[in-house]
Design a protein around this ligand. Structure first.
Ligand code: UT7
Length: 331
């Protein structure tokens, strides 16, 4: 039976480090507030002129090299982002041109914090059905251009950072390895608990000068609602994923969760009785990089030598939509 195996991973974050203290110079916040509420110490911001596909390109090159393949070996690109280069076309098309691999198919997935896991599930379906052999899955975000760096935007601006992660998903016939189970969920009734007003295509024209002045160009969030639903839904999803796959929690080597808030993940780990060292974090250094957070953390963990062939890994995420998703895989 053909299974989907991650054969390479890569990450890239822009070089500019932005500390909590630097943000405190721009808005009414403090290092202490940010650290204690979220665990974040610093994040990376891309320079002017750098787009999500630029960050994705670097991560993709590293993942393809790690897989021992060439860009020309890729059969499809799936690009997850909530900060696409442009309204259209999708960032996957820009990345494809930069990688020099026309005319392979490109698919953008606009699923925010679960974008990478939704993308993995699509890649898995294509691979298992025999359509493709190697699929490049990228999660990349440039949030820094769309954050309100004033007191008005402080509840959101301190939470996000820029970065990219990528994985090559390949067909494999080795018994027992690969993606075992993917689970996707959404509840659109909560779409406006974390969203961006611009652009509103029902308006004619869909945006104007007032969109900038009123702050519509920045994301809005009901933080407490997001926090509560993130904890509840990820606990249920974790338990369901284990139940349907007949997995014992003790057999999971690492949980690689989306990095939205260290307190969310700590609350989940505690409620599930998972030791903290198995529930991985890097939000301290990158903040929330949305679709990029899981592939960045996966790549860091792998390259530090912690993941070995045969390890059982659970990827899990919750975010805007609301959407939530999990992927159980054997490395
Ligand atoms: O990828 C998914 C995306 N997002 C999330 O998962 C976020 C989920 N939510 C959260 O992580 C938390 O709700 C936050 C970290 C965003 C906020 O924590 P909170 O404990 O829910 O704080 P709050 O919104 O209730 O605000 C508490 C106080 C308020 O002041 P008052 O009304 O008590 O005087 C805020 O105005 O903190 C104030 N505040 C800030 N103070 C300093 C809000 N943002 C800031 C800030 N610095 N950056």
């Amino acid at each position: 039976m053909v299974r989907s195996v991650i054969t390479g991973t890569g990450r890239y974050v822009p070089p500019r480090v932005v500390s909590n203290a630097e943000l405190a110079g721009l808005m009414d916040t403090s290092d202490e507030w940010i650290r204690t509420r979220t665990g974040i110490i610093e994040r990376r911001f891309a320079d002017e002129g750098v787009s999500s596909s630029d960050l994705g390109l670097e991560a993709a090159r590293r993942a393809i090299e790690d897989a021992g393949l060439q860009p020309s070996d890729m059969d499809l690109i799936i690009f997850a982002t909530l900060s696409p280069d442009h309204h259209f076309p999708g960032s996957g098309c820009y990345l494809q041109a930069k990688l020099g691999v026309p005319p392979i198919g490109c698919l953008d997935v606009r699923n925010q914090c679960t974008g990478f896991l939704y993308s993995l599930s699509v890649a898995d379906a294509f691979i298992r059905s025999g359509v493709y052999k190697n699929i490049l899955v990228v999660g990349a975000e440039v949030h820094s251009s769309a954050l309100d760096m004033t007191d008005r935007g402080r509840d959101i601006a301190v939470l996000f950072g820029d970065g990219a992660g990528a994985a090559v998903v390949s067909a494999c016939k080795e018994d027992g390895r690969g993606i075992i189970h993917s689970e996707l969920h959404a509840d659109g009734r909560f779409a406006r608990a974390l969203y961006m007003d611009v652009w509103d295509i029902s308006r004619k024209p869909f945006m104007g000068h007032e969109s900038v002045d009123s702050g519509e160009i920045y994301p809005k969030m009901d933080g407490k609602t997001v926090f509560k639903h993130a904890v509840t839904n990820m606990i249920q999803l974790f338990q369901h994923t284990l139940e349907v796959t007949g997995t014992n929690p003790a057999d999971i080597k690492y949980v690689i969760p989306h990095q939205a808030n260290m307190r969310i993940n700590q609350a989940i780990a505690e409620r599930l009785g998972i030791p903290e060292e198995k529930f991985l974090h890097n939000i301290q250094r990158y903040a929330n990089t949305t679709a990029a957070s899981i592939p960045i953390l996966l790549d860091e963990t792998r390259r530090s030598g912690k993941i070995e062939k045969g390890d059982l890994i659970l990827l899990i995420a919750f975010g805007s939509g609301f959407t939530w998703a999990s992927t159980l895989l054997r490395w």
